[in-house]
Ligand binder design. Structure first.
Ligand code: ATP
Ligand code: MG
Length: 443
């Protein structure tokens, strides 16, 4: 207690420096670029006498000419005060308590300015900060953010940007610079290693050498990050619209090796490599076209060749195909779950897609009529297309399903093949598509 108190009294105050106040003529972000909900939320907070800004990714993205995906707000109001001002709001958060404010169809994240980690924050033995929920002022809030380009405060009311760490200039010069000492900041929160790569890939920035050099040597720190956080960050990375570029850079920075079983799988398994890059490229295309992307679909592709290998092994051990597939799915998802906590819902989605694969391959009898009625049919079919595109399956199968989907009921019935003939064509009765799903080569 006393030590803590002494530390607080004698701890060096953060170096105070005047922020740059950048007027709209210099940065050209008009308030109209901010969503109506975010503008209203900021205005209401200000009317109640609070400081409030649009912060973080939205300001950065607008400056970079990218449409922000959401608008986060920072304020000096406490979560309770925010809650008191907005009827449609609720306090949420595990690590930090933040408030979700609903306005129209939008949900804004409103967080209270937080102090950095210099003031008695709990850390684990590697220096990772376990709790930082100490409120602070806007300057402290800026200092605890990760990169200079992420510490910009936009005020829609007067259209100024408050910039404590030269973030606007860094963005213009296409540099990703860490606020403070990079090694210390990576130690505090190793997730920043991944964030550095994601930000650089997304915005086409060069990582400043001071922040880039330690990445490789500090990569092991990711092992101490809780699996759920790692999963959240990986999901952001994979759904960023720049997954191909992100993973290329992760590999370049040595971040994929040994730490994330998923990435090891992705990058070091020649069999699945083509399939995985194809799937990442198609995910990027979907994200960039503003189409919905499901994490389940993505992880189903990333882990498919693992599942296939496990499935094959079980069948070779004499397990019947379908129970073998179920066993293989659980096996693969369990291994991943240890390090990367795939949520239960996503795991269920993954399984739905995988289970449809043998069913899509076995077209005998009236089966296709039942398969096409499955709720996840579309995802299963899209997945099949990727398998065909990667060379795992014959084009004929994809063409047949495309025709079948487009056909009316009568034409569909005409496309069905009698049970017997089809079964003979598949060599072994009852094994169905399972046989076809085997990877071509045995390595
Ligand atoms: P995205 O476009 O992916 O949402 P973002 O920068 O908004 O990018 P978020 O995860 O939404 O990323 O975080 C919002 C802001 O919170 C960041 O801009 C940054 O200022 C701060 N922040 C997020 N994660 C960290 C972290 N691990 N360490 C320090 N600051 C962080
Ligand atoms: Mg964000």
């Amino acid at each position: 207690m006393i030590r803590k108190l002494l530390r607080r009294v004698f701890s060096k105050p953060l170096p105070t420096h005047e922020p740059a106040l950048i007027p709209v003529e210099k940065h050209h972000i008009r308030r109209e670029s901010i969503s109506a909900g975010a503008r209203q939320t900021v205005a209401r907070l200000q009317e109640h006498g609070h400081a409030a800004f649009v912060v973080g990714g939205a300001v950065r993205d607008l400056l970079a000419g990218i449409e922000p995906k959401d608008f986060d707000i920072a304020t000096d109001a406490t979560p309770e005060q925010v809650r008191g001002i907005f009827r449609r709001s609720r306090i949420i958060g595990r690590r930090f308590r933040i408030v979700h404010v609903m306005s129209g169809g939008e949900t804004m994240e409103v967080s209270t300015f937080r102090a950095g980690n210099d003031v008695d924050s709990e850390t684990d033995e590697h220096g990772r900060v376990l709790r930082d929920n100490v409120f602070g002022n806007v300057e402290e809030d800026a200092a605890r953010r990760d990169f200079t380009i992420n510490a910009l405060y936009y005020n829609p009311t007067d259209e100024t940007i408050t910039d404590y760490h030269h973030g606007v200039a860094d963005l213009k010069q296409k540099t990703l610079r860490m606020i403070g000492d990079p090694r210390k900041r990576y130690r505090e929160d190793p997730i920043r290693l991944l964030r550095a790569v994601r930000m650089a890939a997304k915005l086409g920035l060069a990582i400043d050498p001071a922040a880039r050099t330690p990445i490789r040597e500090m990569a092991d720190l990711l092992e101490n990050v809780p699996a759920a956080r790692l999963f959240d960050e990986m999901l952001k990375l994979l759904l960023s619209g720049h997954a191909v570029e992100c993973l290329r850079q992760l590999r370049e920075e040595g971040l994929h090796h040994g730490l994330l079983p998923l990435l090891d799988v992705i990058m070091e398994q020649p069999l699945g490599e083509r399939f995985v890059w194809l799937s990442l490229a198609s995910t990027d295309a979907r994200v960039n076209a503003g189409k919905r992307t499901s994490p389940g679909f993505l992880f189903a592709t990333l882990l498919w060749h693992e599942a296939l290998a496990a499935w094959e092994a079980r069948k070779r051990n004499g397990e019947p195909p379908i129970p073998a597939l179920h066993g293989a799915m659980d096996e693969v998802l369990d291994i991943q779950g240890g390090k990367l906590a795939i949520t239960r819902r996503i795991a269920a989605d993954i399984k739905d897609i995988w289970i449809l694969q043998p069913r899509l391959e076995n077209r005998a009898g009236r089966r296709p009529l039942r398969v096409i009625e499955q709720p996840r049919f579309r995802a299963g079919y899209d997945f099949l297309l990727l398998r065909v595109e990667s060379g795992e399956l014959d084009h004929e199968l994809a063409d047949w399903w495309r025709d079948f989907i487009e056909a009316d009921t009568e034409a569909r019935l005409a496309m069905l093949t009698p049970e017997k003939k089809s079964a003979r064509r598949r060599r072994r009765r009852g094994k169905g598509g399972g046989e076809d799903a085997r990877p071509e080569s045995g390595e």
